[in-house]
Design a protein. Structure first.
Length: 340
């Protein structure tokens, strides 16, 4: 029997400081997120970050928390429920960090008789700190607890026509009539992550991303972000000079991918951009990084810098057309089991 497991990032159990601290500890101690040696990672996370950040993050989570709980988990469940109505096999969810875990998701499926699982990391672009760590964790869990289960993974879909069509139409419907620029804000990663995932060892964070073909593109988060933007712009048929790409959510003092979203929001009004629309295509579900960091903090930054109108475009969330994309991508991987 086959089943589907939808995997997202995760969220604290509640907005209590203790729960936020527990979540951040698991998240930031992942060697694929902060890729220092264990001793230095522990020193940074447990010796510095967890002493101050949980209280601040807890306050931020309170601004987006719903009666049902974390927006990210609520929306992921909504996707699950809608997808379950379209397929005749079990669908469960799991989070890379906190609960419901990947292990609990796999267990729920196996208890229903599932032996072959299509696992869908809900990240359009490949990154070491997203797709890669999900696959690593799922394989660790499978080998330890479910050795007889087979898992097939949905690959990053940043350039798939069905996804680009879906994203572009969603943006088109929400784009204000009058805007000076459309900003694509992607979650940032340290530059060294790009180098580490480059199988060619030739990446220079410049011309290789724009080449028509390059072996590194399959694993290059930067290239995939720019490719998503390029394809959406073409689909929307808007001038390139009316668009901006930036990267948000940097942590610490290391060099992260540029340009930074917060600095871009400060600079745009000085360049004549008074009416801004912004979208976050690294996320398929609204979460703290979109609802608070962009829609609240980003808005404040832009308006304080002299902007006049700031319009945040929500993620795909549980839009019916997005559920159809999820269904199609999962069905493609279900077919893999017939040929193994």
């Amino acid at each position: 029997m086959k089943g589907i497991l939808l995997v997202n990032l995760g969220s604290p159990k509640s907005t209590r400081v203790e729960d936020v601290k527990e979540y951040l500890d698991e998240f930031l101690m992942d060697e694929k997120v902060i890729d220092y040696r264990w001793f230095f990672r522990s020193l940074l996370v447990q010796g510095i970050i967890l002493r101050t950040r949980p209280a601040k993050s807890a306050e931020a989570y309170k601004t987006v928390w719903t009666d049902e709980g974390s927006p990210l988990i609520v929306i992921t469940r909504q996707i699950q429920q809608k997808l379950q109505k379209l397929v005749d096999i079990p669908v469960e969810i799991g989070m890379r960090y906190s609960e419901p875990s990947i292990e609990s998701g796999i267990r729920s499926l196996t208890e229903k008789g599932v032996k072959e699982i299509v696992l869908f990391p809900l990240y359009p672009q490949y990154a070491m700190s997203t797709t890669e760590t999900v696959v690593d964790k799922a394989e660790e869990v499978r080998k330890k607890h479910f050795p007889n289960v087979r898992i097939s993974y949905v690959q990053p879909f940043y350039n798939r026509d069905i996804y680009i069509d879906c994203l572009a139409e969603s943006i088109r419907e929400k784009l204000p009539e009058n805007y000076d620029a459309l900003q694509f804000s992607y979650h940032g990663v340290p530059e060294r992550h790009i180098y580490k995932t480059d199988p060619t060892n030739t990446c220079n964070l410049n011309d290789c991303c724009s080449r028509a073909e390059n072996p590194s593109h399959q694993f290059c988060y930067r290239h995939q972000c720019y490719k998503t933007t390029e394809l959406v712009i073409e689909k929307l048929d808007i001038p390139r000079e009316k668009t901006v790409v930036s990267f948000q959510s940097r942590l610490g003092k290391d060099k992260w991918m540029e340009p930074y979203t917060d600095e871009t929001l400060d600079a745009l009004p000085k360049k004549g951009v008074k009416n801004l629309a912004i979208v976050c295509p690294a996320f398929v579900s609204d979460c703290l990084e979109t609802l608070e960091e962009i829609s609240v903090e980003g808005r404040d930054d832009f308006l304080h810098a002299g902007g006049e109108n700031f319009h945040y475009i929500p993620c795909l969330n549980d839009e019916d057309r997005w559920i159809e994309v999820v269904k199609t991508l999962c069905e493609e991987k279900l077919n893999d089991f017939y040929f193994v």
